[in-house]
Design a protein around this ligand. Structure first.
Ligand SMILES: [Zn+2]
Length: 399
C-alpha cells in the first residue's frame, strides 16, 4: 500500500499543475502545449496529460492551429470562457443585484430585487429568492456563489458580523447558502470585492498595489497590496467611512460626530441637496425634483451638470473630505493608485480634482504627488465582477 503522505503529495502536485496550466492558458488568448510547457517549466508529457484532463472537463478547447515552426503547425488552446458560470451577488445597494457571470467576469444574466425596507431575516429570504432565480437561469455548470455585502465580514468563515443597513449580526451566510445550494460559497465586504475586481478585471496591468475607495450609501476602501487583498485581522481593513472629518459635523449612524460618511456618502449628498432646495427657491434642483423629498442622487447629478453652484460646492466638499481619508491611506500604505467607485464616482473628474488637491495638502507632497487618482473602470458592475473573482481564484486558481 502506498504511503498516505506520498498519495497526498501526488494529489497536491496534480492540482497545482492543473491550476498552473489552466492559469497560463487563461492569461493568453491562444497558446500551444509547447508554449505552456516553456512558460510553466513543466515537461511536455505533464502538460499534455493535464491538458487532456482540462479538455475532458471542457474548461479548455482546441481552437485551431498556429504558425508552423518547422514541423507540423501546433494546435492552439484557449479557455472556454462560458464553460462555467458563477452566481455573483451585490448586496450593498438599495436593491439586491444578482448575476450569472462567466469565467472572464462578464455578466451574462442579471436579476435585481428591490429591498423595500426589508432587513434581518426578510433580507436573507430575499437573498434566497435571488439565488433560486439565478440557479434556474444558469446555462452552464455552476462553479460557486460569490457575495459582496456591506459591513464587517469575516471572509475566512463567510460570516457577516455586522451590516447595519441590513440589520444583520453574525449571519453565517456561507454556511446557510452552502447547505441550501450545495455549492462553494465565498463572502467578502463589498469594498474589498470592488478592489479585487479592479485588480483582476480593470485596466491595471502590472499594478500590484491599489486602493479602491467605494463611496455610495456608505463609504469604505478595498486594499490590494502585492496582488493580495488586505482584509484586516480578521476583518475591518479600509473602514474609512467613520474617520472623523468635520469637528462639529453631523451625528453619524455609528454614534460619533462628523464622520466621512456624513459628508461624502450618497446619503449625505442627498440630504445636503434637500436642505439646499428647501432654503434656496432659485436652486436648479427645483427643475429636476417635484419637492425636496423627491430628490435622489440622479437629481443631484442633474443639478450638478446644469451648473448649480451650491450643489457643486457640496460635491467639492465631498471630494475634499475623501481626499483627507485618501491622504491617510497614502501615508500608511504608500499606494500609487487610488480609484473611486460607487455611486458618488458619478461626479467624475470634478470630484477627483477636489480629492487630489486636498490629498496633496494632507499628505507628504512627494508621496501624494506620485499617487494617481482616478475613477474605477468597471462601473456599477464592480461588486458583481469582484464577487465572481473571489470564486474564480479560489475554485480554479484563475485571477
Ligand atoms: Zn460614523
Amino acid at each position: 500500500m502506498r504511503d498516505p503522505q506520498e498519495k497526498a503529495t501526488r494529489r497536491w502536485t496534480r492540482t497545482h499543475n492543473s491550476r498552473l496550466v489552466l492559469r497560463t492558458i487563461y492569461d493568453h488568448a491562444q497558446i500551444s502545449r509547447a508554449d505552456v510547457a516553456r512558460l510553466t517549466g513543466l515537461t511536455r508529457p505533464t502538460v499534455s496529460s493535464v491538458v487532456a484532463g482540462l479538455l475532458k472537463k471542457e474548461l479548455v478547447e482546441e481552437v485551431g492551429r498556429g504558425p508552423s515552426v518547422g514541423g507540423k503547425p501546433p494546435i492552439l488552446l484557449s479557455v472556454a470562457d462560458d464553460a462555467r458560470q458563477v452566481i455573483s451577488l451585490d448586496l450593498a445597494r438599495s436593491e439586491f443585484h444578482g448575476a450569472l457571470v462567466n469565467l472572464r467576469g462578464s455578466v451574462q444574466r442579471r436579476i435585481v430585487l428591490p429591498l423595500r425596507g426589508r432587513d434581518g431575516e426578510a433580507a436573507l429570504v430575499l437573498v434566497y429568492e435571488l439565488v433560486d432565480a439565478l440557479v434556474k437561469e444558469a446555462s452552464s455548470p455552476l462553479l460557486g456563489i460569490g457575495i459582496g455585502t456591506p459591513g464587517l465580514v469575516d471572509a475566512n468563515n463567510g460570516v457577516v458580523h455586522q451590516a447595519v443597513n441590513l440589520d444583520w449580526q453574525d449571519v453565517p451566510l456561507r454556511r446557510l447558502l452552502r447547505k441550501r445550494y450545495k455549492l462553494p460559497v465565498y463572502v467578502a465586504n463589498d469594498c474589498h470585492v470592488a478592489a479585487l475586481a479592479e485588480y483582476t478585471f480593470g485596466h491595471n496591468e502590472g499594478v500590484g498595489d491599489l486602493v479602491v475607495i467605494k463611496a455610495g450609501w456608505g463609504i469604505g476602501a478595498g486594499i490590494v497590496l502585492g496582488g493580495h487583498l488586505v482584509c484586516g485581522n480578521p476583518f475591518g481593513a479600509g473602514e474609512i467611512g467613520h474617520v472623523k472629518i468635520a469637528e462639529n459635523g453631523e451625528r453619524c449612524r455609528c454614534g460619533n460626530v462628523g464622520c466621512l460618511e456624513t459628508v461624502a456618502s450618497s446619503r449625505a449628498l442627498i440630504r445636503r441637496a434637500q436642505a439646499i432646495a428647501r432654503s434656496d427657491p432659485h436652486s436648479l434642483l427645483h427643475q429636476f425634483a417635484a419637492d425636496s423629498e423627491a430628490i435622489t442622487l440622479d437629481t443631484v447629478l442633474q443639478a450638478f451638470e446644469a451648473g448649480d453652484e451650491t450643489v457643486r460646492q457640496a460635491i467639492g466638499e465631498a471630494g475634499r473630505s475623501l481626499g483627507i481619508a485618501a491622504a491617510s491611506l497614502v501615508g500608511v500604505l504608500a499606494v500609487r493608485r487610488i480609484l473611486i467607485a460607487g455611486s458618488v464616482a458619478r461626479f467624475g473628474q470634478f470630484l477627483v480634482d477636489a480629492l487630489r488637491e486636498s490629498m496633496a495638502r494632507h499628505a507628504l507632497p512627494s508621496l501624494a504627488g506620485n499617487t494617481e487618482v482616478g475613477i474605477a473602470s468597471l462601473g456599477s458592475d464592480i461588486v458583481l465582477m469582484g464577487a465572481s473573482a473571489l470564486v474564480l481564484s479560489q475554485e480554479l486558481g484563475l485571477t
